[in-house]
Design a protein around this ligand. Structure first.
Ligand code: C2E
Ligand code: MG
Ligand code: MG
Length: 403
């Protein structure tokens, strides 16, 4: 049987390689291009039932122009739209595609995780993707670069090269610190600090996500305990990946971790993005409900950027809503962004949730959030993510200044 074709168009060569590796694993024949002109020169007719992963931000001919060109062709591929920066743009791009009569099967921030990609392929070509693929790892015949990257990630986790930073969250009305978000970084021996967006997709791909999350949870819970011991009552938030909410034992394991470290469950918040809840709804609903029953808080992260936000809110017992920083950062000058922030705050409160604004970078934004009745704020204007010991000093200074 001939493999269906997937066209990859992205100006970042490393991502074309990574995604083609994943597509290959899923049983597709991948053709990568870093420039749109090159693709249109080489492909005058697309293969039947093909897919195209299209990056919207490209220097020479951007994704929107590519869509326009595609709309004039016959046998167009089904599209997966990708954006590296502005998630807001994905929504408009999707609408535009539909107006052009093009099929869109997904919109995502780059890079995609293997799991998400496989789910998309499954939905689009259920007869193609092999059910065993989810358990496979790339073998030695695949690109050496991806292999090495995966190996390095394993070393990072096992070789203590990971570090955890904490970013304070303040209560807007009082200005006091009430919590921190734990953010992982990779202290690479040669490359210096590597930020999560550059290595988490590889961790997911190498099936090491549960090891990383376990490490983050342990460190975060310990820091929470340490801060409480020093007299700062504060909550700790940890980001969870889609792969973390598939383990049915998670609620029990977490309860044990909290117990061992003598931290009350109500002081731990798990941040979950909407896309993390795509698929496997019954399992994730089971796990998330039991986590809530144990008193652990659930936060819907990057709210407003994903899909079916409202139905997720209705289904999942979230206790906190985090407004995505793309709206917060623009709220000073962009009326629409301001309206979205205001509506999110109202919606969260109507649903009895605590609302957090992330990415607060200016005094004006903080003031607007205060007027709108937002509960908590987090962002560079308040403090950048910092090490555990820096956090203790920061909290102390803040407490002294407030007194
Ligand atoms: P997130 O959960 O939305 O985290 C907030 C991100 O915004 C962090 O980026 C933080 O450093 C950044 N940030 C905070 N305040 C500001 C601000 O005022 N302006 C701007 N421009 N940015 C701000 P970071 O640390 O690079 O993390 C990126 C993403 O990686 C996180 O987004 C989260 O989804 C993921 N992540 C981080 N740590 C972990 C982890 O331990 N496990 C998992 N599964 N994901 C993680
Ligand atoms: Mg988060
Ligand atoms: Mg966020």
């Amino acid at each position: 049987m001939t493999k269906p074709t997937i066209y990859l168009l992205d100006d970042e060569e490393a991502l074309v390689e990574l995604h083609s590796e994943m597509a290959d694993l899923a049983g597709f024949s991948a053709r990568g291009y870093t420039r749109a002109s090159q693709l249109f020169e080489q492909v005058t007719e697309f293969e039947a039932d093909s897919i195209m992963m299209l990056d919207l931000h490209m220097p020479e001919m951007d994704g929107i122009e590519v869509m326009r060109r595609l709309a004039q062709m016959q046998n167009t591929p089904a599209l997966i739209l990708l954006s590296g920066h502005d998630t807001g743009v994905l929504h408009s791009a999707e609408k535009l595609c539909k107006a052009h009569g093009l099929e869109v099967i997904g919109c995502f921030r780059k890079p995609l995780s293997l799991d998400t990609l496989l789910q998309l392929f499954d939905q689009h070509s259920p007869n193609i993707t092999n059910p065993d693929i989810r358990n496979q790892k790339p073998d030695s015949s695949h690109s050496a670069k991806a292999e090495i990257a995966i190996l390095n990630v394993q070393q990072a986790i096992q070789g203590e090269q990971l570090i955890l930073h904490f970013q304070p969250q303040i209560e807007i009305t009082t200005g006091s610190m009430v919590g921190v978000e734990a953010l992982v970084r990779w202290q690479h021996p040669e490359q210096g600090i590597i930020y999560p967006e550059h290595f988490l997709p590889l961790v997911e791909q190498s099936s090491m996500m549960n090891v990383l999350t376990r490490w983050v949870l342990e460190k975060a819970v310990k820091q929470g305990q340490l801060c409480q011991g020093a007299g700062f009552s504060m909550d700790v938030s940890v980001n969870m990946s889609a792969l973390d909410i598939t383990g049915l034992m998670l609620p029990e394991q977490l309860a044990e971790l909290l117990d061992d470290n003598k931290l009350d469950a109500t002081h731990l918040t798990l941040e979950i993005t909407e896309s993390a809840l795509m698929g496997k709804l019954v399992t994730s609903l089971d796990i998330l409900t039991r986590l809530r029953l144990k008193g652990i808080n659930l936060s819907i992260d990057d709210f407003g950027t994903g899909y079916s936000s409202l139905s997720q809110l209705h289904r999942i017992p979230f206790s906190e809503l985090k407004i995505d920083r793309s709206f917060v950062s623009k709220m000073g000058e962009d009326n629409e962004a301001r309206a979205i922030v205001k509506t999110c705050i109202m919606l969260g409160h109507e649903l009895n949730m605590r609302v957090v604004a992330e990415g607060v970078e200016t005094e004006q934004q903080l003031e607007l959030l205060k007027q709108m009745g937002c509960d908590l704020a987090q962002g560079y204007f308040i403090a950048k993510p910092m090490s555990g010991s820096e956090l203790m000093n920061w909290a102390k200074t803040r407490q002294e200044t407030a007194a």
